[in-house]
Design a protein. Sequence first.
Length: 724
Amino acid sequence: MTLFANRLWWLGFFWIAVELPAIGQNWAELRTADTTLQLEAGPSAPRMVSLTDASRSILINSCAEALVDTVEINSQVVKVQWQFNQSASRSDTRRVAFVYESQSPRLRLTWEWQARAAFGPLEHQIRIENLDDRELWLPLQDSIQFRWRVQSQTALEQVYIEKGADTPSALGTRRVALPVGYKWHGASSTYAHPKENEPREIIPWLLVEESGGAKREWYLGIEFSGRTRLNIERGAESLNGTAGLNPEPGPFRTRLERGESFDTPVVFLGTSLGGTDNAGNLLRRWVRNVLGNPLTWNNPNYPLLVNNSWGGGMSVNEAVAKNMIRDSADLGLEMFHVDAGWFRGVGDWYPNPQKFPHGIASVADDAHQRGLKFGLWVDWTQAALSTEPGSLNARDPKVRNWLVTDVPPDWKPEEFKGQTIDLGVPEAKEWAQHEVDRIVTDYHLDMLEHDGYLVAQGCDRTDHPHAPPDNWNKCIYKAWGSYWVDSSNSTDVSYHAVRAYYDIYSNLRKNHPGLLLEVCNDGGRMVDFGSAAHADYFSITDTYDPLSNRSAFYDASHVLPSAMLESYVEKWPTPRAENFLYMLRSGMMGWMTIMMDTTSWNHEQHAMAKEEIQLYKAQLRPLIREADLYHISSRPDGVHWDAIEYFEPRAERGVVYAFRGSTQTESTHTFALNGLKRSGTYQLRFHDHSARDRIVTARELMTTGLRVRLPRPNSSELVFLEKR
Ligand SMILES: [Zn+2]
């Protein structure tokens, strides 16, 4: 093995000499403009050797990947010995796949890294194939583990982001010191039920930053919606961690029949320089280019402006819908979205004949004739009690076995919630695939929203593909009218169900090119990179007042493209015109869905909304799609001022959304801008004329800052800037 001569590398504030091997048969290097990885195939395990950023600062990883070393066959624990198979391994500039094999039991493991774009992070996955002729059980294989060498005196901070599930928490975006002795655990699922005294769920991603001097970061995220977790722990000279499926509640095990494979959730690992927003700007662009749907992004009207029928609640009907469609078209909105209330019953996804005597397709056609797209709310994994043909009836013996547990004879569904079926069951998955295809085709949909709890939580069935539950560690409880199971197999249940969900949506996209998919899942509980790879936008919270919308946007926009982040704008007290604009704009930083009966707006509100919608299309949307985003204030608290800056570096223009909270005293505020070219001068345009338009230097905007004055609480301004 050849070694480079001792090269100098930056390592946690110290230039040190590091011996790095040359690329050879057992070595590989993958590189993007931002991140370089050196990889080594050891005889019995692979290792990520080092992670290097664009300034050639390097992190050395001192542990090999821990591969599963036992399996269970016929209830016996059998040792696995992995051996590197060089001839089966592949390596080029885009992909490295090191293959390991075990002779008995006969298994093949592929340890893969990929550069899917010329910039941003690298992706990693481990696949284990059962080539034996026996069924076997695998224990948990983590997606990744690392042990970075870090000097004890290096000051580090960690950033992580909570989901806006239900209502955003008081903190949301967390930045914490990461001293020696620090231990952290972050979990994500499709449930996000914060139990008392337990931390909230996170968007499965973390960032670690050297906090003194030049800012440099590395970040790690998980592209999977099932039960996952990230851990980090700082020792005296190291920073250790893991990411992948959540082993709790355990013990985790998953079945592999002969010929089957287990794929760890894909993780991505990258580095950046210059702070969290720079990392976010890289990551958002990478998510768009690598995970995003090109058909969606190629539509210049994405993100669309939407009117949702929930403004009128469950009482929507044909006349109400058509009236709202007419008004939506008049306002210049681009899609009409029928929310819950249109169907015969839960699990019975056919139009209620009393409310929609001419069906749903005729309403969709009406929207189409007025130039609008048409979207529909469906909670398509829910079974209930309807006996109409085509419905998913929980008492049907076939369907009964798809449920996560038997429901008692006196069980009744709620108005729009039933009992979740386990999509991991092949027959259930097939039914769901047909059902969503039918719904999209028959109802002429341009957008399908899924809500409710799509992925089963635990399951007490012993004849499903996932592991059976341990009976000593199983708890069945009832919440929101449904039965839930907490058991040792919860992670494996979610693993199978999420993969089925991804397949269903991949097929749906194939069959209906251009169809938009909204992930709602009870409002902000399924905001993760796996969803980002299989759908087009997220509901980021289930609470829709201006502060909740801005808070949830502030948080999620650190890691996901703004265009994908949907804010539902709900009725809110707006005694004055500026309050009305404040309410609208609090939901206008990404994807905006109005959830109010716009026909109840007065003439002035109507005119204001129409003008804002025009402004969004002409000036805001291009920036939301293309520009970099900077969090130029602390997180919104509803009292003080807050702001978001978009800046497009090529066209050298941008906008600042400035909000004054309820403060009675602070009538002006100054925001230091970010990302401008220091030498330039900029034309400032105050959209609401809260100040005179003027020319300023970039230097002033970035140091002294942009001063905004708003005389009244709960008001806003949009300040456009353009290079002169
Ligand atoms: Zn099940």
